[in-house]
Design a protein around this ligand. Structure first.
Ligand SMILES: O=C(O)C(=O)C[C@]1(C(=O)O)C=C[C@@H](O)C=C1
Length: 379
């Protein structure tokens, strides 16, 4: 059935169409300017992401919006979305190459998704990148000859054996780095296998990010940091932020942030499957928050099970973190079964106090996310 309309409504809609078309022209104009910014940044080696510029620009536009009786949040949302577009456009121009006398780079596991992403970023920055995948070991010596940087990005379960068995004869000055999501064992293995510069990296994002702007890469220093400082500078030019961490501390955090988180999403999905839940019906009755939650769980099952098995099975300590979680779940269930509502409320308050200022901050952040989930609904 056609939507109801009137002649007056259609007249107004024509005017709106005109304004939207003007907006499109303005967007084109902005994109052209951003392309020029990209070229200037490329030449000067200025990072793609400029947080101070963003903050001052957003503050000014919010202020102006307020005076024009336009919602400050509206202009902020639009500008943030536009800046996301800028990161992608500026990336296409390429990046300034920080290190010129490096020799080539070898990505071990270059055919994997993360390997491909790093190959793309390094190539866009002017480096010569060669891939070494599982069927290429027979020509490893040729590939490593003259290499200035070797990056290991193979499944976690084989990372240490690949390093210990195959990376013991790299050129002395070559930098050895890895992108594994655990750090203690791979960094130890790299330090044992190679006597030159070593650095452990953990990109805190999946390979499907369009650009590295605002993304975080954890850096675990191994040896001779002065030799690979250029790589960290290069990463910053890509728009990412580097965060230094001790491998053991990093791995402990990963047990909670990754292994336990992914495991509970896995169980959530498994439970829906066991219950033979009808996802269409669930979605129909879903508030945005439930839809978001379902999307976060569902997206897990759109990806490679081997990858998640790798992450979840990688650390012995993850089992303890998951067992603790199960204990807490059991205790909370016992409260529910006993009908002890007041203790539940007390527990709730205790945890809320522990979250402190983060609780309202997360509420604020999630509000924007939930609104975008709602915006994306069609029909
Ligand atoms: O001004 C810049 O440095 C830009 O790259 C442009 C722009 C924008 O789209 O306005 C994009 C990314 C930066 O983080 C800040 C602003």
């Amino acid at each position: 059935m056609n939507e109801k309309t009137t002649a007056d409504l259609e007249k107004l809609r024509d005017l709106i169409d005109g304004v939207d078309q003007q907006l499109l022209h303005l967007l084109r104009k902005r994109l052209d300017l951003v392309a020029q910014v990209g070229a200037v940044k490329h030449a000067a080696g200025v990072p793609i992401y400029a947080p101070q510029r963003e903050a001052s620009m957003l503050a000014k536009r919010r202020d102006e919006a307020q005076k024009m009786n336009v919602s400050p949040q509206l202009i902020e949302d639009i500008l943030r979305r536009l800046m996301r577009e800028s990161y992608l456009n500026e990336k296409d121009v390429g990046f300034k190459q920080v290190k010129h006398d490096l020799g080539h780079i070898v990505v071990v596991g270059g055919e994997g998704q993360l390997g491909q992403l790093f190959t793309q970023m390094l190539t866009l920055s002017g480096y010569q990148v060669k891939s070494l995948d599982k069927n290429d070991w027979h020509r490893a010596n040729t590939l490593f000859d003259g290499a200035g940087l070797v990056i290991v990005t193979v499944p976690i379960k084989v990372t240490c054996s690949v390093i210990r068995e195959h990376l013991t004869n790299l050129p002395q000055t070559c930098i050895l780095a890895d992108l594994t999501s655990i750090k203690e064992q791979p960094v130890d293995a790299m330090l044992d296998a190679h006597k030159g510069p070593v650095v452990g990296l953990h990109p805190m994002f999946g390979p499907d990010v369009g650009s590295l702007a605002k993304q975080v890469i954890v850096v675990c220093h191994g040896r001779h940091s002065e030799a690979y400082q250029w790589l960290l500078d290069q990463i910053v030019i890509w728009g990412a932020r580097t965060v230094e961490a001790e491998p053991v501390k990093h791995d402990k955090a990963m047990q909670l942030v990754q292994a336990m988180r992914h495991f509970s999403s896995f169980v959530y999905g498994m439970n829906l499957c066991e219950e033979q839940a009808d996802i269409d019906t669930l979605l129909q009755f879903s508030s945005p928050i439930y839809r978001l939650e379902l999307a976060m769980v569902g997206r897990l099952f759109a990806q490679d099970p081997e990858l998640y098995a790798d992450i979840i099975f990688a650390q012995q300590g993850s089992q303890d973190a998951i067992s603790d979680y199960l204990d807490n779940y059991r205790n909370a269930l016992a409260l529910l079964k006993s009908g002890d509502r007041s203790t539940f409320v007390e527990e709730f308050k205790r945890v809320a106090k522990w979250f402190g200022d983060f609780a309202p901050q997360f509420q604020h952040e999630s509000r924007a996310m939930l609104q975008s989930v709602n915006d994306m609904k069609a029909g």
